[in-house]
Design a protein. Structure first.
Length: 373
C-alpha cells in the first residue's frame, strides 16, 4: 500500500509506516505525479485536493489533519467514490489558548470580567463552541452567531447584526462561497462601519471570511478598531500593508499547539484504520504509544493573575514578532515559519505550584494541573 503524505504531519512515520510505504512531500508541492500510484493521500489545509491533483490516480482515501475541509473538492471525491476524513475539533484547545493570549496582551483578560464587556463568537462549530464555552465559564457575557445551530447547542444565539453591540468579536467560521449562509467576505466595509467604537476583531478561522483589502482601507482611515489576524486571504502571499495595520498578526498557527497537531494526526490515523478494517485489512494501530509519549511530561509554573497564567504558557507577541521580522522573505517565509513552528504546549501540559486561591478553579477548568502539596 502506497501513502503520499505532507511532510509536516506530526508523527507521520511512526503512525503510518506500519500501514504502507510513505512518500513525504511539502504540502504545497504535492503533484499529480506524486499521487498517481498512491492508495492513500494525507494532507493539511495547504494542499488543494481536486480533479487537477487526483484525476487518473489510484487514491481511494484522503485524510486531512485539519478541522477545515474547504481545500477538499468533496463533490469530486464523492463522484469518484474516494473516501475522505478530516479532524474536527483537533486544535480547539490551541485556538482557545491563542484567543486568551491575545486577550491578555490587549488587556481584555480579567480575573473578574466586567458585566458591560460583551463577546460575540461567530461560527460555533467544534472550535468556536469551545471558545464560547470557555469564555462563558470565565464569566464573560457571550453571544453566539451561527445560522446552522439552535439554542440547544449554544444558549445565547443571536443574528449576525448583534455583533455590532459587542466589544470583542472572535471569528471561527469555515470559508464557504455558496449555500444558505456563505461566509466569504462576511466581514466587509459595511460591517466595519457598524462595529462598536473601540471593538476588537479576532480572526482565527479562515482568511477569506474578512475582506482584507476593505479592512486595510478601513484601518487606514479609522482608529476605533483593534484587529488580531491569524489567518489571511491568499496565504502565504498575504497583504503586507494589512500586517502593518493590525495589532497582532501570525501565520495561521492559532491551533498549531503540539497537542492540537498530534490530535489531527491521531484522528486521521483512526479514520484510516476504520476505513481499512471495513475493507478487510488488519493494519497495526500505533496510536497508544504516541498518546502515552505526549502525556508523560509536565511543566510547573507559578502565577499571580489569570493573564499571567495564560502568558506563561503562550505569548502571541512572540509569533507576531516572528512574522514582522520575516516580511522581506514573504511569501516563502510564511510557510517556513509554520514548518519550523516550535513545540507550543497547551494548558494541560502545565501544573500550577502557586497561584491566588480564587484563580485555582478557573485554571483547573482550562485544563491546568495542580502540584500536590
Amino acid at each position: 500500500m502506497k501513502i503520499v503524505a505532507d511532510e509536516n504531519i506530526p508523527f507521520v512515520n511512526e503512525l503510518f509506516e506500519p500501514i504502507g510505504e510513505i512518500l513525504l512531500r511539502p504540502g504545497r508541492e504535492i503533484t499529480p505525479a506524486d499521487v498517481k500510484n498512491a492508495d492513500i493521500l494525507l494532507v493539511r489545509s495547504v494542499t488543494p485536493v481536486n480533479a487537477a491533483l487526483l484525476e487518473g490516480s489510484k487514491v481511494q482515501f484522503v485524510g486531512t489533519c485539519t478541522i477545515g475541509t474547504d481545500h477538499l473538492d468533496k463533490a469530486y471525491l464523492d463522484e469518484r467514490d474516494i473516501a475522505y476524513s478530516s479532524a474536527p475539533g483537533c486544535n480547539a484547545g490551541g485556538v482557545v489558548q491563542y484567543a486568551l493570549s491575545a486577550m491578555a496582551v490587549l488587556g481584555l483578560l480579567q480575573d473578574s470580567p466586567s458585566k458591560d464587556f460583551k463577546v460575540a463568537v461567530v461560527g460555533c462549530g467544534n472550535v468556536g463552541s469551545r471558545v464560547y464555552r470557555t469564555l462563558s465559564a470565565l464569566g464573560y457575557d457571550c453571544i453566539g452567531v451561527d445560522p446552522f445551530l439552535d439554542t440547544s447547542t449554544i444558549p445565547h444565539l443571536q443574528p449576525f447584526e448583534a455583533i455590532y453591540d459587542c466589544d470583542l468579536i472572535c471569528c471561527h467560521t469555515p470559508l464557504t462561497r455558496s449555500g444558505p449562509a456563505p461566509t466569504e467576505h462576511m466581514f466587509n466595509t459595511d460591517v466595519f462601519n457598524h462595529l462598536k467604537s473601540g471593538a476588537t476583531l479576532l480572526n482565527a478561522g479562515r482568511g477569506g471570511v474578512i475582506d482584507n483589502r476593505a479592512l486595510l482601507q478601513y484601518l487606514n482611515t479609522h482608529n476605533d478598531l483593534t484587529v488580531v489576524l491569524d489567518v489571511w486571504e491568499s496565504e502565504p502571499d498575504i497583504l503586507v500593508e494589512l500586517l502593518d495595520a493590525v495589532a497582532l498578526g501570525s501565520t495561521h498557527i492559532a491551533g498549531y499547539s503540539y497537542e492540537g497537531r498530534i490530535n489531527g494526526s491521531l484522528m486521521i490515523h483512526r479514520a484510516l484504520i476504520d476505513y481499512l478494517l471495513a475493507h478487510g485489512e488488519h493494519p497495526e494501530d500505533t496510536r497508544r504509544a504516541i498518546e502515552a509519549y505526549v502525556a508523560k511530561d509536565k511543566e510547573t509554573i507559578n502565577v499571580t493573575s489569570f493573564a499571567d497564567a495564560v502568558l506563561a504558557t503562550y505569548d502571541v507577541r512572540d509569533d507576531d514578532a516572528l512574522l514582522r521580522q520575516a516580511v522581506q522573505g514573504l511569501p516563502a517565509s510564511f510557510d517556513m515559519l509554520r514548518k519550523q513552528y516550535r513545540k507550543r504546549r497547551e494548558f494541560s501540559h502545565y501544573q500550577i505550584e502557586a497561584a491566588p486561591p480564587k484563580l485555582m478553579p478557573l485554571l483547573q477548568s482550562l485544563g491546568y494541573g495542580v502540584v500536590a502539596k
